[in-house]
Design a binder for this molecule. Structure first.
Ligand code: AMP
Length: 285
């Protein structure tokens, strides 16, 4: 496994596989790797000749009051996990190299970036789309692997790939959870034991919503109300949003009568957590 810091060198190294039409699977991450990341890497390993993982905590997607400077960093462990999972190349650029002095070109996926998480994190998805465009240009992979955990991000990147003709296939992998139901996230390491218990309310609220739908509830506002009541019982869990949206445009749905997604974001102390669940087309009642 090679660790490459220079974008030009990585791009050149991948010329060989590209010329001989060997498929390149790419998994972009911010490091502090866990089983969620590993599921993407394993799929990439299964599907492709070459697997590239990037580890880059992208400053452009953090707001001024967010956790850029404290974002968990576990590089030695990340390398060990990547090596064990059969990764060929780890791309580990410095932010000064990714954002050269005077950097001024950004990618903004309009509308989709301003809803849901975009409301409380203005500029976040502009940063995400910009770095993803850069990474896709540097790596030029055959397949890009993303996690359903960051559902809005996946929708936005798929839209960017389509709008800007990036020649890459996008594969979105299911959310990997702890046994408790908590969606794995690098940010879970910020939570103390008490907060971790409180955080279970995210997946519990999603289960409640699914069970209400299973029992015939089709009114989105009622489902959201019940989720709010459940979460409201946990002190110190502050709801950012709960929404039921369609899968392409993330538009709010009032009646559950097609494929859709329930998504939510909460804050526990200073830690912001997100989760979501798909609802597959259900019969009218
Ligand atoms: P991050 O390092 O948090 O930027 O995540 C890198 C990639 O891993 C993104 O595509 C995430 O959606 C994905 N990912 C993060 N957590 C999970 C999880 N629990 N299950 C599946 N994919 C995940």
């Amino acid at each position: 496994m090679k660790v490459i810091r220079d974008p030009g060198r990585l791009n050149k190294l991948l010329n060989g596989p590209r010329r001989s039409a060997r498929s390149i699977g790419f998994v972009p991450t911010m490091g502090a790797l866990h089983f969620g990341h590993l599921s993407l890497i394993k799929q990439a390993r299964q599907d492709n000749k070459i697997v590239v993982v990037s580890i880059f905590v992208n400053p452009a997607q953090f707001g001024p009051k967010e956790d850029l400077n404290t974002y968990p960093c576990t590089l030695r462990n990340d390398f060990a996990l990547c090596r064990k999972a059969g990764v060929d190349l780890v791309f580990l650029p410095d932010s000064k190299v990714m954002y050269l002095e005077g950097f001024s070109s950004f990618v903004n996926v309009e509308k989709l970036s301003d809803m849901l998480c975009g409301v409380t994190r203005p500029g976040h998805f502009r940063g995400v789309a910009t770095v993803m465009a850069k990474l896709l240009n540097i790596v030029a992979p055959s397949v890009l692997y993303l996690g359903q955990k960051d559902a809005q991000q996946a929708v936005i990147i798929k839209k960017m790939v389509r709008d800007l003709n990036f020649p890459v296939k996008v594969k979105v992998m299911p959310t990997v959870r702890e046994k408790s139901g908590l969606a794995m996230s690098s940010r879970n390491s910020y939570l103390n034991e008490g907060q971790k218990l409180k955080a279970l309310v995210l997946s519990k609220a999603l289960c409640l919503a699914k069970s209400l739908i299973d029992h015939g509830q089709r009114d989105a506002s009622r489902i959201i109300q019940r989720m709010k009541e459940l979460i409201g019982r946990k002190k110190q869990v502050i709801i950012d949003y709960i929404a039921i949206v369609d899968l392409e445009e993330l538009k709010v749905i009032k009646k559950i009568n097609r494929n859709c997604m329930i998504c939510l974001a909460v804050k526990i102390g200073k830690v912001r957590l997100i989760d979501n669940a798909f609802i597959h087309k259900v019969a009218d009642v």
